[in-house]
Design a protein around this ligand. Structure first.
Ligand SMILES: NC(=O)c1ccc[n+]([C@@H]2O[C@H](COP(=O)([O-])OP(=O)(O)OC[C@H]3O[C@@H](n4cnc5c(N)ncnc54)[C@H](OP(=O)(O)O)[C@@H]3O)[C@@H](O)[C@H]2O)c1
Length: 238
C-alpha cells in the first residue's frame, strides 16, 4: 500500500515551482492532494499532470492574503474530506530587491501577508482538524534567508526568520497531539521565484524535486520520529 494512502494533503503555492513538485510527490505516495494558489488555470494543469500519473488531486483556488478566503477553504476541506493529514505552507513571494528604507508599505504588507500571516491563518484553520485526529504534519517552507542576513531583501529575510520562530513554537504547542511541525530551509532553487536569481547558474541550484524529496522524507517518518528542521543547500554555490 502507498505510504500516504487515503491521506489528505493541502499544499499552498501548488501552481508552479516547488509547490507543484511537492504536490506531485505527495500524490505519487498515495495522498489526495488539495492544490491551493490563486491561478486556477495553472492549478488545473498541475492537477491534470497528477491525474495522468494516476494520482489524486483537487483544485482549490484561494488568495492566501485574504483571511476570509482561508476560512472558507478550511470549511470546504472539513466538509468534503473531514480531515487534513498534511499541510504544506509553501506559497511565498520574494522581495522587491531594495534597501529596507526604500520599501513601500504596501509591498511590505503584501510580502508579510503572504509569507508569514498566511501560514498563521492556515495553521489556525487546519490545526483543529489535526488535533481532533491526534495526528498530522505541518511543513513550512522557509529559506536559508531565514538564517542569514539578506541585504536588499530584508523584508523577505524577516518573513522567513519569523516563519522559523513560528514553526519552532507551534511545534512545541502541537507535539502533545502527535502533530509534527517542521521547517525546510532551502538555498537557491531553480524556479521562476520573484526576486530572481540574477547571475546564478541554474544547473548548480537545487531543483524543486529536491525539496519535494525532503517533504516526502518528513511525512513518512515512523510515528515516534520527528525531523523538525532541514537546511538544504546546493552542493556547489550557484
Ligand atoms: N526559489 C528559490 O530560490 C527559493 C529559495 C529558498 C526558499 N524558497 C521558498 O520556496 C517556496 C516556493 O518557492 P518557488 O520558488 O516555488 O516560488 P514560485 O515559483 O514563485 O511559486 C510560488 C507559489 O506561491 C503561490 N502564491 C503566491 N502568492 C500567493 C497568494 N497570495 N495566495 C496563494 N498562492 C500564492 C503562487 O501561485 P499564484 O501566483 O497562482 O497564486 C505559486 O504557486 C517559497 O516559500 C519560497 O520562499 C524559494
Amino acid at each position: 500500500m502507498p505510504a500516504l494512502d487515503s491521506q489528505i494533503a493541502v499544499v499552498t503555492g501548488a501552481a508552479r515551482g516547488v509547490g507543484e513538485a511537492i504536490s506531485h510527490r505527495l500524490a505519487s505516495l498515495g495522498a489526495q492532494v488539495l492544490l491551493v494558489a490563486r491561478d486556477a488555470e495553472r492549478l488545473n494543469q498541475v492537477r491534470n499532470g497528477i491525474l495522468q500519473n494516476h494520482g489524486q488531486a483537487t483544485v482549490l483556488p484561494c488568495d492566501l492574503t485574504d483571511a476570509a478566503a482561508i476560512l472558507r477553504l478550511a470549511e470546504q476541506v472539513a466538509s468534503d474530506y473531514k480531515r487534513c493529514d498534511i499541510l504544506v505552507n509553501n506559497a511565498a513571494i520574494g522581495g522587491t530587491g531594495q534597501p529596507l528604507y526604500e520599501v513601500r508599505l504596501d509591498d511590505w504588507d503584501q510580502l508579510m501577508d503572504t509569507n508569514l500571516r498566511a501560514p498563521y491563518l492556515m495553521i489556525r484553520s487546519f490545526a483543529p482538524m489535526m488535533i481532533a485526529a491526534r495526528s498530522g504534519h505541518i511543513v513550512n517552507i522557509s529559506s536559508l534567508a531565514g538564517h542569514n542576513p539578506l541585504p536588499n531583501n530584508a523584508a523577505y529575510a524577516a518573513s522567513k526568520w519569523g516563519l522559523n520562530g513560528l514553526t519552532y513554537s507551534v511545534a512545541q504547542e502541537l507535539r502533545e497531539y502527535n502533530i509534527r511541525v517542521s521547517v525546510i530551509a532551502p538555498g537557491s532553487i531553480n524556479t521562476h521565484f520573484e526576486g530572481g536569481h540574477t547571475g546564478k547558474d541554474p544547473a548548480k541550484m537545487l531543483q524543486p524535486d529536491d525539496v519535494a524529496s525532503v517533504v516526502a522524507t518528513l511525512v513518512t517518518q515512523a510515528p515516534q520520529s520527528f525531523i523538525s528542521e532541514v537546511l538544504l543547500r546546493p552542493t556547489q554555490k550557484p
